[in-house]
Write a protein that binds this ligand. Structure first.
Ligand SMILES: *Cc1c(COP(=O)(O)O)cnc(C)c1O
Length: 430
């Protein structure tokens, strides 16, 4: 239960606001789209967060995706502790990098060569530079509602964080840069064909959140991603799958495994860091060899391949290999989605609950949400009520109607049952 008076969080937020813009280091944490003051977290263990005021919350945010194995998993913690014995950063090649590259290639067969970086943003930024360098073309196609990190040319109709602040495009991005980005509706093959008919010869690549999960959760219509693959190949444009969210979360090989597709490049992040800051990108060897020092496309990082971060990430991947968690996660995801749909039916409220594996989202909408415009047309005010009701009862959902909820392997049956009861009550209370 949350205390009536979150005095510690309130005090910390006052101090934070004096020195940190909005009091937060990433905008969506500020609760702007749901209202209220965010709580501070003192510790996180398994499926739960403990707030600065001592309240325990069932966590469906999972540090925005990375915590596939729950918080502070003992195997990951001891891998970090072991690595710590040997030093925190070397600035030379280290053995973890080789192990990580081999693990990634094993998990994601389309990745023949890979480079490590420090965030998902770095991974997508590097993918588009590489696509431009490789093809000698300049235009990039993206899809409305897809978020690829805060890269200048990708912050155009970019989903949740940008969305909930009411201006989808950021200030500070020169129009000339935004003009190199073509934005299409997701799930619309006609729009894709038209775009390539008009601009095909100038398109370096198409970047897509293979399952868009930054404006709620949107799933592809049958055949859509396969057609996208064909069109890119037909025009010599690189297909870039942004699997920062979905990689290692939905399947060992991400959405590309589930959809039987091979993108040319893949951006990875989140789960691959085991809770520490890591990103990676990789793909076709002939494309990756355009990177410096082999080729002309510059990309670098002082802390890239950091031994602590990679030891955590390697432990997270080893846990996947030893436990094969996807069947159990899918069952839990289905159970939560079914409970939400049932409560909405009983109450007579139109609710869509897209779900795949350990990811689900709420859209208060009478028809399935297949693109960004439909996501925006859903009723965010009902989500706000559900959010606050659940938080008061000890269940933490993402603080925005346009985010995806995550389940971890640490969410055991009693935790899921308890959460289903609270979320069902939240819907009945509307
Ligand atoms: C989170 C996310 C990013 C950005 O990753 P950061 O580590 O926050 O820079 C990029 N793409 C997708 C699909 C994401 O979900």
């Amino acid at each position: 239960m949350l205390a009536e008076n979150q005095s510690q969080s309130d005090k910390l937020m006052q101090r934070a606001k004096a020195l940190i813009p909005g009091g937060v280091n990433s905008p969506v944490r500020a609760f702007r789209s749901v209202g209220g003051t965010p709580f501070f977290t003192r510790s996180a263990q398994g499926a739960r967060l403990t707030t600065a005021d001592g309240d325990s919350l069932i966590d469906f945010v999972c540090t925005w995706g990375p915590a596939l194995h729950g918080h502070n998993h003992p195997v990951i913690r001891s891998a970090i502790a072991d690595a710590l014995q040997h030093g925190t950063s070397f600035g030379t090649p280290n053995p973890y990098e080789v192990e990580m590259a081999e693990a990634i290639a094993r998990f994601v067969p389309s990745i023949q060569k890979v480079r490590m970086c420090n965030s998902g943003t770095e991974a997508t930024m590097s993918c588009i530079r590489l696509a431009r360098g490789f093809t000698g073309r300049s235009k990039i196609v993206k899809f409305a509602g897809c978020y690829h990190g805060h890269v200048d040319s990708l912050l155009v109709k970019a989903g949740s964080g940008a969305l909930t602040h009411g201006h989808p495009d950021s200030a500070g991005i020169p129009p000339a840069i935004a003009a190199e980005t073509l934005v299409l509706p997701y799930n619309d093959i006609g729009a894709l064909e038209q775009c390539f008919a008009a601009h095909g010869e100038t398109i370096a690549g198409v970047i897509v959140e293979s399952y868009p999960a930054n404006c709620g959760l949107i799933l592809p219509l049958p055949g859509y991603l396969q057609r996208l693959r064909q069109i890119c190949s037909g025009h010599g444009a690189l297909l870039i799958f942004d699997e920062v969210m979905t990689g290692f979360r939905l399947a060992r090989g991400g959405v590309q495994e589930l959809e039987h597709l091979k993108p040319d490049l893949t951006a990875l992040g989140k789960v691959i860091g085991g809770g520490l800051p890591v990103g990676a990108f990789g793909g076709r060897a002939d494309v990756m060899d355009y990177l410096a020092p082999e080729g002309p496309v510059y990309q670098a990082g002082t802390l890239s391949g950091n031994p602590l971060a990679l030891s955590a990430g390697l432990a997270a991947l080893q846990l996947i290999e030893s436990h094969d968690p996807y069947g159990r996660l899918q069952k839990m995801g289905q159970a939560v989605a079914a409970a939400l749909r049932e409560a909405a039916n009983e109450k007579g409220i139109a609710l869509q609950v897209p779900q795949t594996g350990s990811m689900f989202a709420f859209f208060f909408s009478s028809s399935p949400v297949t693109n960004y415009d439909r996501a925006l047309a859903s009723d965010a005010s009902l989500f706000r009520k559900v959010f606050h009701f659940a938080l008061k009862r000890g269940v933490y959902l993402p603080p925005s109607a346009y985010e995806t909820c995550f389940i971890s392997t640490a969410h055991d049956q009693p935790t899921i049952d308890q959460a289903c009861e609270v979320l069902s009550d939240a819907i009945r209370s509307l």
